[in-house]
Write a protein that binds this ligand. Structure first.
Ligand SMILES: Cc1cc2nc3c(=O)[nH]c(=O)nc-3n(C[C@H](O)[C@H](O)[C@H](O)COP(=O)(O)OP(=O)(O)OC[C@H]3O[C@@H](n4cnc5c(N)ncnc54)[C@H](O)[C@@H]3O)c2cc1C
Length: 472
């Protein structure tokens, strides 16, 4: 998050917007406009920020004009992709928001096995386009999350065990830099910038377009997956079994573990609605004639309340949780990486899982093993390659009156669990108020190199409304 503030006036009324408007195809939205409140709202309703101006960019030219205008007039810049960030870093009080959410075109090259994605896409845009060709690039576990923030921070999802993180599949990125210039970064062009973009977040510029490598998944894009849920009282037994089982499974099968409340909606049986549970959401992307054999240990274990494993298009699993978590809920996050799920950690999970404060509140552990852990720690900016998990505790509820309760539960749970962690957290799970040490720890030994690349590409720290890396 920023520690730098502009000394210039930043009210929209004082900005010469007549200079900017003729350069744009997109709309300029300021306080008082009918669409202002909608344009400043982000996924987490706990965030209530009032930018000076929002530029709904249509193309890279709009992005360049907006960045140059903001720099010329000394106004802070926030960049909004999907607007999903925990701390709401896509919008900022008094800033000019470079809003990419209208830039959502996707183009698949099936022969090359790549997909080119505009900087404002959400993952459902990408999955829709690629799964039609029986392939996908590694994304997250929700379809409504933005490509921009997720891809620049790392990208952990169902395909990470088999094909690596999202950043491990980035082929190139088109970037508007702090001086308004436009470059393409790849392994052989601006290689330092390309290294930094793969985990370093929005620190280096505005990415107007990404090209990702895709991989065949399932059979014609149909995978076998879904949740298997156990009673919350079985948490310790399930976690001990899962931590031993996962490393032994083929990489075509991945599963993330959660503590949750069973949602009061179909397809869950009505008698289970509202019951607390420990669950694993599985995704098998290999050949279907091997599915029974690969999934046998999952089907044979314990006494599940729900076994929701079924063939489905990958897009269906990707979007399975979107309706449960629509935009506009209150969210409070705390996170860490974990090398192991220790017995001590399991005791903490049992205690706080039994006290989930609201129906939406939850704890997730996402594996970063297999292909994701075979990448060297310094090969990309994303440094955590130990083969464990990214854990996240989220207090969530629709009612702002419960904001205090969900935040307190999250913080207390995190305080108890943190000593069992690897230290450091996934940058995309950090809130906006966690401080510079947490950012530094997230990047481990890669921080100093990131600071040097930052000094080369953004020496004035123009892009600082993010998990900020100060120029060396
Ligand atoms: C419900 C939920 C589920 C999630 N699940 C996962 C998951 O499964 N796996 C995972 O890895 N992460 C997950 N995340 C975390 C997610 O990666 C981050 O919230 C990420 O910041 C979202 O990106 P965004 O573009 O939507 O965010 P925004 O709020 O728009 O932006 C976040 C940050 O990225 C920068 N940014 C965004 N787009 C660009 C761009 N094109 N160029 C330059 N900078 C840009 C912004 O300036 C800001 O600093 C989840 C988040 C939520 C809320």
């Amino acid at each position: 998050m920023s520690t730098i503030t502009t000394t210039r006036p930043t009210g929209a009324a004082e900005l010469p917007l007549e200079e900017l408007r003729p350069l744009l195809r997109g709309e300029v939205i300021t306080p008082g406009d009918a669409t202002y409140d909608q344009a400043r709202a982000v996924y987490n309703a706990m965030i209530d920020r009032r930018p000076a101006v929002i530029v709904a960019c249509r193309d890279a030219a709009d992005v360049r004009a907006s960045v140059q205008f903001a720099v010329r007039h000394g106004i802070e810049i926030a960049v909004r992709g999907g607007g999903h960030n925990a701390g709401g870093l896509g919008v900022w009080d008094g800033a000019l928001v470079v809003d990419l959410s209208q830039m959502r075109s996707v183009s698949v090259d099936p022969a090359a096995g790549t997909v080119r994605v505009d900087g404002g896409c959400v993952w459902s845009d990408v999955d829709h386009a690629t799964v039609a060709f029986g392939m996908a690039t590694p994304t997250g576990f929700l379809a409504s999350t933005g490509v921009g923030g997720l891809a620049l921070g790392g990208g952990i999802g169902y395909l990470s065990r088999r094909y690596g993180l999202t950043v491990d599949n980035l082929v190139s990125a088109d970037v508007v830099l702090a001086d308004g210039s436009f470059v393409t970064a790849s392994a052989d062009r601006h290689a330092d910038l390309f290294w930094a973009l793969r985990g370093g977040g929005g620190n280096f510029g505005v990415v107007t377009s990404f090209t990702f490598r895709c991989h065949p998944i399932g059979e014609g894009g149909t995978i076998i997956g879904g949740p298997v849920l156990y009673d919350i009282a079985d948490t310790a037994e399930v976690m001990r079994w899962y931590r031993e089982l996962l490393p032994s499974l083929p990489e075509e099968l991945s599963g993330w573990i959660a503590l949750l409340t069973i949602p009061p909606a179909p397809p869950f049986p009505e008698e289970l609605w509202g019951r607390k549970a420990c669950g694993i959401v599985w995704c098998y992307t290999g050949p279907h004639d091997r599915a029974d054999e690969v999934l046998a240990p999952v089907r044979e274990f314990g006494s599940p309340l729900v076994v929701g494993l079924a063939p489905m298009p990958f897009t269906a699993l990707q979007s399975a949780f979107d309706a449960l978590y629509p935009a506009g809920l209150q969210w409070y996050w705390r996170a860490d990486f974990f090398n192991d799920i220790t017995d001590g950690a399991i005791e903490v999970h049992e205690r706080f899982g039994a006290q989930l404060p609201t129906g939406h509140s939850t704890m997730h552990m996402y594996p970063i093993d297999g292909a994701a852990s075979r990448v060297d720690e310094d090969a990309t900016a994303f440094a955590y390659r130990d083969g464990g998990w990214a854990g996240v505790i989220v207090g969530v509820d629709p009612d702002p009156a419960n904001a205090e309760a969900i935040s307190t539960w999250t913080k207390e749970y995190w305080n108890a669990l943190h000593p069992h962690s690897a230290g450091g957290a996934y940058v995309n799970f950090l809130m906006d108020d966690e401080g510079q040490d947490r950012v530094r720890t997230a990047y481990r030994g890669n921080y100093d190199r990131l600071a040097r690349v930052k000094a080369a590409y953004d020496p004035g720290n123009v892009f600082h409304i993010n998990q900020n890396i100060a120029p060396a």
